[in-house]
Design a protein around this ligand. Structure first.
Ligand SMILES: NC(=O)c1ccc[n+]([C@@H]2O[C@H](COP(=O)([O-])OP(=O)(O)OC[C@H]3O[C@@H](n4cnc5c(N)ncnc54)[C@H](OP(=O)(O)O)[C@@H]3O)[C@@H](O)[C@H]2O)c1
Length: 169
């Protein structure tokens, strides 16, 4: 049991989530959405996503997963395997009184932890860019869509998008 894990991800129509270790779109609305969902919570991310952000995000406790035992991430926690990330996430969630632990990417970490998560908060982006990082397939037998809100591009948004929530089927 313990505190549930949830995924937050922005996913293009072709499953792409990034390329060259960067996001491939500018979506200010989604940045706000990500901030609202993650604020005050422990976040687990892969070392490449940590590198791409380049700093700890304020108000959140970041757990970076890497096989490199000498890796240092100032302002974040570093662990060497996904099980240690979940265990530390539980400890931090209890300390922060957080109702959930957020898995914040990237593609490798989503694939590793999808089966351990109880909910998915996806932003479906109305683009299909070339990229090299992907969200894993969502098996409709295992995940049930429970909410969908479509949005036209707002100020600072390059494309339209939908916020889509899934829970375990
Ligand atoms: N659209 C979105 O919502 C979103 C969110 C986050 C990230 N992204 C994008 O996703 C891309 C990065 O994703 P990615 O798949 O390339 O990398 P990633 O999942 O961020 O990180 C991969 C790294 O995690 C570590 N790792 C993976 N499995 C491990 C294991 N079993 N044990 C220990 N460490 C492990 C390794 O680090 P070491 O190599 O150091 O050992 C590996 O190189 C970027 O383009 C980023 O912009 C998009």
């Amino acid at each position: 049991m313990g505190v549930p894990l949830v995924i937050v991800a922005a996913v293009a129509r072709n499953g792409v989530i990034g390329g060259n270790n960067r996001l491939l779109w500018k979506l200010r609305s989604d940045m706000h959405h990500f901030r609202a969902i993650t604020m005050g919570k422990p976040m687990i991310m892969g070392r490449r996503t940590w590198d791409s952000i380049g700093r700890p995000l304020p108000g959140r406790e970041t757990i970076v997963v890497t096989r490199d035992a000498s890796f240092v991430a100032p302002g974040a926690h570093v662990v060497q395997d996904p099980e240690s990330a979940i265990a530390l996430g539980q400890t931090l969630a209890e300390r922060l009184k957080s109702p959930e632990i957020v898995v914040a990417g990237g593609g490798e970490l989503y694939a590793l932890l999808l089966d351990r998560c109880s909910a998915l908060h996806l932003t479906q982006v109305d683009l299909a860019p070339d990229g090299d990082a992907f969200f894993p397939p969502i098996d409709p037998a295992r995940w049930r869509e429970v909410g969908r809100a479509a949005h036209d591009p707002g100020p600072g948004d390059e494309a339209g998008f939908s916020f889509v929530d899934y829970v375990r089927a």
